[in-house]
Write a protein that binds this ligand. Structure first.
Ligand code: NAD
Ligand code: ZN
Length: 364
C-alpha cells in the first residue's frame, strides 16, 4: 500500500508573483548568476509551474561548460529535475493538467507525439524534441513554463523534494535497467554507482531482481552503494587491474552480464567491454565529452556483445519509475541546499565529490 508523501505548505499557494529568482548563464562556461527575472505567461499548450525543488544533474554542468557537441539556448536557465505545482494554464493545456496538480519537469520537455518515434514510445528521439534546461529554460527558477503534455504527474506517495531527482536520474536509470534486458539473478555492474544516477540505478536493478557490482571511488560512495544493495564494490581510482577486479567479483570469474555506465568520466567506458561476460550488454548512459567506445570487432563478434545507448525515458518510464519509488522500493539519497549554492555545487560535482544527489530548494 502506498503511503502519503509530506505536503509542503507552499504547494497550496496559487498566487503568481510578477518577479522571481532564477539561476542563469549567458555564455558557454558561465559565469552562473542568481538574479531576479520576470515570471512568464503560459502560451498555447503550456502550463506555468511553481517549482519548489529541483535536483541538480551532471547534465546541467555539461550544459554550462558547453562541453557537448550540441548547442543549447543562450542565455539559459538550466535544470530539468523540477518538482512543483501547476499555477496557471495557457489555452488547451487543461487537456493534460489542472491548476493545483503536483507535477514534474523532466529533461524531455516536449515532443510532437505524432511522428513514428513518438508513436513507438521513443519520445526522446523525436526530431521536434525540446529539452528543459537546454533548448528551453528549465527548473532553476521558481516559475517555469512547461509543455503541459510532457509534465509528469507526481503521485501522492512522494513528497516533492524526494520526487525531484527521480525526474531525470530516476527515469533515466530505470529505463537503462530495462535496456540491459537481464533476467532475475543475473549480475549488472553499475558504473558511477555513488553518483546521482548511479545510486538510483543500484536500487532499480536490485528491485528488478539483479545482483549489483558497484564501481566508483572512495569510502563514502562505497558505503552508500553497499547500503543500497550492491554486493561488491570496485574502486576505479585504486584498482590497478580494474577488468580483473570486476570479473573476480563474480563466482565464475566471467564478469557481469551487463554494465550500465552512468559515469561522468570517459575512462569508465574503456574497460567495460573487457569485463563483460559473453553475450553481455554495455548500456551507455553517462555522457562524458570527447569519448569513444573502442570495440574490438573480433571480440565483439566472438563474445556476441551488445552495445546500447540509453537516452532518458518516455512518459511511461517516468510514471513507472516514480511509482516504484513511491512504494518505497527506491530511496533518493540527497542533500538540500539553496539556489545560491549552485556554483559551489558545480565545483564539487566537477571534482566527483557528491555522493547521491543535490536538491535545490528554490525559496532558500
Ligand atoms: P554525478 O556527478 O552525480 O555522478 C557521476 C559519478 O561517476 C560520480 O560518483 C563519479 O565518481 C563517477 N565516476 C567518474 N568517473 C568514473 C569512472 N571512471 N568509473 C566509475 N565511476 C566514475 O553525475 P550524474 O548526474 O549521475 O550524471 C552522470 C552522467 O550521466 C553525466 O555525464 C550526465 O550528463 C549523464 N546523463 C545521461 C542521461 C541519459 O539520458 N543518458 C541522463 C542524465 C544524465
Ligand atoms: Zn539529467
Amino acid at each position: 500500500m502506498a503511503t502519503k508523501g509530506k505536503i509542503d505548505p507552499r504547494e497550496r499557494d496559487m498566487n503568481v508573483p510578477k518577479e522571481q529568482t532564477v539561476a542563469i548563464f549567458r555564455q558557454k562556461g558561465g559565469p552562473l548568476s542568481v538574479e531576479k527575472a520576470p515570471v512568464q505567461k503560459p502560451q498555447k499548450g503550456e502550463a506555468l509551474v511553481h517549482v519548489i525543488y529541483s535536483g541538480v544533474c551532471h547534465t546541467d554542468l555539461h550544459a554550462m561548460l558547453g562541453d557537448w557537441p550540441l548547442d543549447n539556448k543562450l542565455p539559459l536557465i538550466g535544470g530539468h529535475e523540477g518538482a512543483g505545482v501547476v499555477v496557471q494554464l495557457g489555452p488547451g493545456a487543461d487537456e493534460y493538467v489542472k491548476v493545483g496538480d503536483r507535477v514534474g519537469i523532466k529533461w524531455l520537455a516536449d515532443s510532437c507525439l505524432k511522428c513514428d518515434q513518438c508513436r513507438r514510445g521513443h519520445e526522446p528521439n523525436c526530431s521536434q524534441a525540446q529539452c528543459s534546461g537546454f533548448t528551453m529554460d528549465g527548473s532553476f527558477q521558481q516559475y517555469a513554463i512547461a509543455s503541459a503534455r510532457h509534465l509528469t504527474p507526481i503521485p501522492d506517495s512522494l513528497d516533492l523534494e524526494t520526487a525531484s531527482p527521480l525526474l531525470c536520474a530516476g527515469v533515466t536509470v530505470y529505463r537503462a535497467v530495462k535496456e540491459a534486458r537481464l533476467t532475475p539473478g543475473e549480475t549488472v555492474a553499475i558504473v558511477g554507482a555513488g553518483g546521482g544516477l548511479g545510486h538510483l540505478a543500484v536500487q532499480y536493478a536490485v528491485n528488478a531482481g539483479y545482483r549489483v557490482i558497484a564501481i566508483d571511488s572512495g569510502a563514502e560512495k562505497e558505503k552508500l552503494a553497499r547500503s543500497l544493495g550492491a554486493e561488491a564494490f570496485v574502486d576505479f581510482a585504486k584498482e590497478k587491474d580494474l577488468v580483473q577486479a570486476v570479473k573476480d567479483t563474480t563466482a565464475d570469474k566471467q564478469g557481469p552480464s551487463a554494465a550500465i555506465v552512468a559515469a561522468s568520466g570517459g575512462k569508465a567506458y574503456e574497460q567495460a567491454l573487457d569485463y563483460l561476460r559473453p553475450r553481455g550488454t554495455l548500456v551507455a548512459v553517462g555522457l562524458p565529452p570527447d569519448t569513444n567506445i573502442q570495440a574490438n570487432v573480433f571480440f565483439t563478434v566472438f563474445k556476441a556483445l551488445h552495445i546500447v545507448g540509453s537516452y532518458v525515458g518516455n512518459r511511461q518510464d517516468a510514471i513507472e519509475s516514480l511509482d516504484i519509488a513511491g512504494r518505497g522500493k527506491v530511496k533518493v539519497i540527497h542533500k538540500t541546499v539553496g539556489l545560491s549554492s549552485l556554483p559551489d555545487i558545480y565545483d564539487q560535482m566537477h571534482a566527483g565529490k557528491i555522493a547521491g544527489r543535490i536538491v535545490l530548494d528554490l525559496d532558500k
